[in-house]
Ligand binder design. Structure first.
Ligand SMILES: [Zn+2]
Length: 460
């Protein structure tokens, strides 16, 4: 059996050699191409199936498409934009909602009042890490980039102003990237299709097809502009979003005034995740709300399901009401919006998509999904900067990169095992034939007919 085991050892050694092909060294920041991260707010993943996107399709045909991202709870704009750039769940980065109240400092936060670093300082966004690594970051309206987070203002940014056109936002970014080669990370935020999704509802196909065509034209403009200024194929580009959008209806209203006295609580944030501070008897408030409507789940802060990662932060209020998909919680009155988001992050209607293109990415590569917190370690890898502690996983996303062994690895394992089995079979046959010729003129007859001690030498 000696030569068989030698064969096996050689084969196993070669298999190990094939399987342990190291992934290429992570590049240092100076070698890495710049990265442009673009978010179209409220771009629900399945818009891609229902509407036509000729420019976006061209973009990912030559790159990567991830059909759905599982985003973080609550599926609102600020929590999710901060998760994309920190890799953290909302309870960990502290941007737990788009409207917040901190009871210790008595501070209030809203989209119109978002510039106090206090709200952002619990996490380090990637643009701060890029600048800490000695490079520059630029931004056009990405939430938080006009705030002095961790005492770190960005030079290449401008104050939020929704009137600044998409073309101006992009034009400024590319100008900065071309003029200053140390700009390694740029982020761009655009308000649509979120605004139209709220206004008309995602099921209004006439209105949505109009705005989604506009969004697709911006993507066409982006590609052409990058080509014209010589950045196309030179930089990595990621296009994604923060959340999706659900259709609401006046038939699906939950009126709190019908269940509870409005003087017994303070309302911090409204539908679909309603944050409540009971003023006197918390258990009474909880009890009244619990029996209010079967389409609204009521939680004491500590009782939210672990999978939501939404309890360990002082900015999360003592009582939380979560509406079922498409239901709207109001104090009283009428439906405020035809479309909304902020629902459970396991709902496909809340999920955005992701597409990527550039030298680091595979061509024509599709993935069904990954977690939006996984984008952060991927971006750190692309930029060659060390990631801060985060809730994401580079292993989940590395297959989108051209330099990573993924499908090839599975193929290599299959080929090596196949060759191993074949060679072992041939070796055994060869060894059996050889021994038969030496020790017995009729080995098969003896093997078939007898199993007495005379056969033993054959089996040694
Ligand atoms: Zn919105």
């Amino acid at each position: 059996m000696m030569h068989i085991s030698i064969y096996l050892n050689i084969l196993i050694a070669s298999a190990e050699l094939t399987l342990s092909v190291p992934t290429p060294e992570q590049k240092s920041t100076s070698d890495s191409p710049p990265l442009l991260l673009v978010s179209f707010d409220g771009f629900r993943a399945d818009y891609l199936k229902k509407y036509s996107f000729p420019n976006l399709e061209k973009f990912f045909a030559d790159g990567v498409l991830v059909h759905e991202l599982t985003n973080v709870f609550t599926t609102k704009t600020f929590p999710n934009h901060y998760s994309l750039v920190t890799g953290l769940y909302a309870e960990s980065h502290g941007m737990v909602a788009s409207i917040m109240y901190d009871s210790a400092s008595k501070k209030h936060f809203s989209i119109q009042n978002d510039s106090d670093p206090f709200w952002w300082n619990e996490a380090t966004p990637i643009w701060v890490s890029v600048e800490e690594s000695g490079f520059k970051a630029a931004s056009a309206m990405w939430p938080g980039t006009d705030v002095k987070i961790q005492n770190h203002p960005l030079n290449y940014t401008f104050d939020y102003n929704y009137r600044v056109t998409f073309q101006e936002r992009l034009g400024n970014l590319t100008q900065w990237m071309i003029a200053d080669k140390t700009v390694k990370f740029a982020s761009l935020y655009w308000e649509e299709p979120d605004r139209s999704g709220h206004l008309y509802g995602p099921e209004n196909s006439t209105a949505m097809s109009h705005v989604l065509k506009e969004v697709d034209n911006y993507i066409g403009f982006l590609v052409k502009h990058l080509f014209d200024v010589g950045l196309w194929e030179k930089i990595n580009v990621i296009i994604t979003s923060d959340h999706g959008m659900a259709q609401c209806s006046k038939e699906r209203l939950i009126k709190l005034d019908e269940c509870i006295n409005s003087s017994s609580y303070t309302l911090v944030d409204m539908s679909p995740l309603t944050a409540i501070v009971p003023l006197e008897n918390i258990s009474e408030v909880y009890k009244n709300l619990s029996s209010c409507n079967s389409h609204m789940k009521v939680y004491l802060k500590g009782n939210l399901p672990d999978r939501l990662h939404y309890k360990h932060n002082d900015r999360i209020q003592p009582v939380l009401l979560l509406a079922d998909e498409g239901w709207t919680i109001v104090k009283n009155g009428t439906l405020p919006r035809l479309g909304d988001h902020g629902y459970d992050n396991t709902l496909p209607s809340m999920h955005p998509f992701l597409a990527a293109h550039g030298p680091a990415f595979r061509k024509d590569y599709k993935m069904s999904s990954f977690n939006s917190v996984d984008l952060y370690p991927l971006m750190c890898h692309l930029l060659g900067i060390p990631p801060k502690p985060n809730n994401g996983s580079f292993a989940h996303v590395r297959c989108v990169l051209v330099n990573e062994q993924c499908g090839e690895l599975a193929l290599a394992v299959g080929v090596v095992l196949g060759v191993l089995i074949l060679l072992t079979t041939f070796s055994c046959l060869f060894w059996l034939m050889k021994n038969r010729n030496v020790s017995s003129p009729r080995p098969f007859a003896r093997l078939q007919l007898d199993d007495d001690a005379d056969d033993e030498p054959l089996l040694e």
